[in-house]
Design a protein around this ligand. Structure first.
Ligand code: PAF
Length: 285
């Protein structure tokens, strides 16, 4: 695996690969890699001739009140893990490399960026879309892999790629979970031991909801009630939202069908955690 920090070096390498007719898989990350990220790299490895993994803690997607300064990093460990999982080129640009000056140009995807996560984090998805657009421009024609834990992020990126005609195929990959069902996230390290125990209420609430859906319940309000009740039974958990929406356009769904996605966001201590499932399929445990 080669480590590159400069855009033009990465582009030169990618041009060479493409001239040799090699397909490219892109895995954009903010580092502090866990099994979720590694599953994306492995998938990219299995479907492409060359794999580029990027590590960049993108300041544009953090609000001033958020955890940019404390976001966990461990570049040595990441380098080892990215290589083990099958990365060929690891791109780790500095802030200066990515934004030589003030950022005057941004990308925002209307409507689907303003609901759910966007309601609590109004500038978040414009930050994500801007950096992902930049990475797509740097890397060029490729398949790009994203984890379904950030379900809304994938919809925003898919829409951006479609609207701006990127020649990038967006691939959503299943959520990877801890033994107790908690979705893997770099932010799980913020949890104390006790908070970590309480966090298992999140997958449990979704499992309970899915049981009810399997029994034939189709009213979103009933399912929301079941999830909220389970989450509220932990005093450590503050619910941000529990919603059932159309998985693609994210509009609120009253009656569950095969397109329905159940999404939750909670705060536990310093961590803001999200999870989701297809309403009819449930969790992949
Ligand atoms: O999902 C993430 O880690 C980030 O939002 C992404 C896609 C790498 C953009 O910074």
């Amino acid at each position: 695996m080669d480590i590159l920090t400069e855009t033009k070096h990465l582009q030169n390498r990618l041009d060479d690969l493409r001239n040799s007719q090699m397909s490219i898989g892109l895995v954009p990350t903010m580092g502090y890699l866990h099994d979720g990220h590694l599953s994306l790299i492995r998938k990219a490895r299995s479907e492409n001739d060359a794999v580029v993994t990027t590590i960049f803690v993108n300041p544009l997607q953090f609000a001033e009140t958020e955890d940019l300064d404390t976001y966990p990093t461990d570049i040595e460990r990441d380098t080892f893990l990215a290589s083990e999982a099958g990365t060929d080129l690891l791109f780790t640009p500095t802030n200066e490399e990515m934004f030589c000056d003030d950022v005057l140009t941004t990308v925002s995807v209307q409507e689907i960026s303003t609901v759910l996560e966007g309601a609590s984090r109004p500038t978040h998805f414009s930050g994500v879309a801007t950096i992902v657009a930049k990475l797509f421009n740097i890397v060029g024609v490729c398949s790009a892999y994203f984890g379904e834990k950030d379900w809304q992020q994938i919809q925003v990126i898919k829409r951006m790629a479609q609207d701006l005609s990127y020649r990038v195929e967006i691939k959503g990959c299943p959520i990877i979970r801890e033994k107790d069902g908690l979705a893997m996230s770099s932010r799980n390290v913020y949890l104390t031991k006790e908070q970590r125990k309480q966090a298992s209420h999140i997958p449990e609430s979704l499992l309970k909801a899915h049981e009810k859906i399997k029994d034939g319940e189709r009213q979103s309000s009933v399912i929301k009630g079941i999830i909220s009740e389970r989450l509220d039974s932990s005093s450590a958990i503050d619910i941000d939202y529990v919603e059932l929406v159309n998985g693609e356009n994210l509009s609120i769904t009253d009656q569950i069908d095969e397109e329905t996605r159940v999404l939750v966001a909670v705060r536990i201590g310093a961590a803001r955690l999200i999870d989701n499932m297809n309403a009819l399929e449930g969790l992949n445990l």
